[in-house]
Design a protein around this ligand. Structure first.
Ligand SMILES: Nc1ncnc2c1ncn2[C@@H]1O[C@H](COP(=O)(O)OP(=O)(O)OP(=O)(O)O)[C@@H](O)[C@H]1O
Ligand SMILES: NC(=O)c1ccc[n+]([C@@H]2O[C@H](CO)[C@@H](O)[C@H]2O)c1
Length: 255
């Protein structure tokens, strides 16, 4: 089984959906899960002391349902591969045989059950002013009440980003003010680059699935010197030091 799970996280209006849709169209055998599809109904979302509906926290989302979807995709990919092998189909080139899953959302990297699912994590950032401007053109259901951006959305984003950075686990930051096509081309090339070492990568993943801690795979990859993939087998509790990844400084987000 060859699967590759891509996280497209980031700030509200950072361009996650735009990027995820482009990748979804261009990657073969690719599925897409959008976190926004798992919001609870308005009545089930808590209200804070100022009267703001607290949409920008994990509790506003049915994350268990989202995980069920992700796990079901993993199972289906596995079943599809088994069926193909049972039918003695000619094995395709390794890259062709990969099943891609894109998970897109604004609160991906502080939700622990998803953490080991990702093979590659991207995070789009845009500055406060740009974010506020883009958000003001959007109409959510329910629409943002006055002062919602400053009173709830942006503070929750900063909190989430802070938590994420404290536990940095191989996230590639993207500057969401760059041209849409440039961001897409960079990410697409980065994913293809990861695919170049597909064989060893899949081996590492199946070892982890067999129950050996991911940190062992991490060590294995370091020993074999496959630097490009160091960030993949992320081990949140392994105690290993985060390895900064600077693939394309021009696209790095700094906000
Ligand atoms: N690279 C870009 N440069 C300028 N504008 C962009 C860029 N990418 C997306 N946009 C615009 O920003 C707005 C938000 O984009 P998009 O819906 O992709 O963001 P998002 O992160 O999915 O937002 P949210 O999750 O909050 O709904 C849209 O109007 C989109 O056209
Ligand atoms: N989709 C929804 O139900 C909903 C309702 C109200 C607000 N939001 C906003 O969506 C963004 C994530 O894409 C968050 O910033 C929410 O505030 C979504």
């Amino acid at each position: 089984m060859k699967t590759f799970v891509i996280g497209i996280g980031g700030v509200t209006n950072g361009g996650k959906t735009t990027l995820a849709n482009k990748l979804h169209k261009s990657l073969p055998n690719c599925s897409l899960v959008c976190q926004d599809d798992y919001f609870k109904s308005e009545a089930d979302v808590e209200t804070d002391e100022r009267g703001f509906k607290m949409y920008d926290v994990l509790e506003a989302l049915n994350m268990d349902d989202m995980m069920t979807t992700v796990n079901s995709w993993t199972k289906h990919s596995k079943d599809a591969e088994t069926t193909r092998q049972n039918q003695n189909e000619i094995p395709r080139k390794s890259e062709d045989g990969v099943y891609f899953l894109i998970i897109e959302g604004f609160l991906l990297y502080s939700y622990m059950p998803l953490d080991n699912v990702f093979n590659k994590k991207y995070f789009l950032t845009i500055p406060y002013e740009e974010c506020k401007k883009r958000r003001s053109t959007r109409v959510y259901e329910p629409p943002d009440p006055p002062d919602y951006f400053d009173g709830h959305v942006w503070p929750m984003y900063l909190k989430h980003k802070d938590q994420m950075e404290k536990a940095e686990r191989g996230i590639v930051y993207l500057d969401g003010t760059k041209l849409e096509d440039d961001i897409y081309s960079f990410v697409y090339a980065d994913i293809r680059k990861a695919g170049l070492h597909w064989g060893s990568w899949c081996q590492a993943r199946s070892v982890s699935l067999a129950g050996i801690p991911l940190c062992c795979n991490w060590a294995l990859l370091q020993l074999t010197g496959r630097c490009e993939e160091r960030q993949h087998p992320t081990a949140p509790h392994s105690g290993s030091q985060p390895i900064p990844q600077i693939l394309n400084p021009g696209l790095l987000g700094g906000t």
